[in-house]
Design a protein around this ligand. Sequence first.
Ligand SMILES: [Ca+2]
Length: 326
Amino acid sequence: MSAPMARRGRVALRCARGLLAASVAAALSLWLGASCGSVAPERGAATPRPTVPPDFTPTPGSDPVPMVEIPAGLFLRGSACPDAPSDEQPQAWVRLSAFLIDKYEVTNERFCAFLNALLNAVVQEDVFSAQGKLVYKMSSSHAHIHGTVGQFSVDPGWENHPVSMVTWFGAREYARWVGKRLPTEAEWERAARGTDGRNYPWGGAEANGCTDGWDPARCCNGQHRGPGLPGTFPVGSFPSGASPDGVHDMAGNVWEWVADIYSETYYAQGPTEDPQGPKKGSLRVLRGGGWYNSIAERFRCAYRRAEKPTYASSAVGFRCARDVSS
Ligand SMILES: [Ca+2]
């Protein structure tokens, strides 16, 4: 059975189970009206909001993007130049196990497949997780995935642009669906700058200053942005800006969610072998700079930004990673 057929089969099975339950639970029938499209909510009843189910089955292989293997070893994390923000200090050698990371940012087309696999309702509003967390801010005028006639589609021409308006929760749920995970903050930085502590994916010597090597022609940024809104380019549009390992758009296009909780003092206090981030904290880390930024500092591989995990922006997306052994 093909993957699409299998998905349709699972959706049909969910609907059949739900319809049986609806015959004995009137309240539940309202939910089914939204999730299966077969039982209309009563007039005047509150419309259940679109929700990613909590118990979906990961479908490894449903994410056709190439991945780059980063070998195990040491890399130089953080910054030593005097004008670097304090949360990037101290600079230190960090050891990582081998891992795989997506060569490109997750696109609208790939995220649309996720929504189509898990939601079966006409939606013109925001999508939430089963725990009530915002996943995708579809109501934004900068969102380019919309629900029509019972399925989602990408606005023509935006298929290969990076998805945006996705929260940290949405990024995590997508990664879980494709059998991957978000990269740790350290993995992301290693994939962006290699092992030698360069300022940007393409180079730049920190000894000459934190923004040595900045070249706005090598990435999507405020000085060189796409013509639409959001001002992104299709992923992989800047091969001269790829990292030493061939990972694209680590500087610019969209900021990227990583797995870690943010702590300003984590580099000073955390481990230097496979760091996973602090255990507690209310903010998550974003990396790499976005299409509207014009400040060279934002695109440095070591630059750290923190936002609430429910934050959604037209300049924020993500990519996935996984263990080599998984
Ligand atoms: Ca990026």
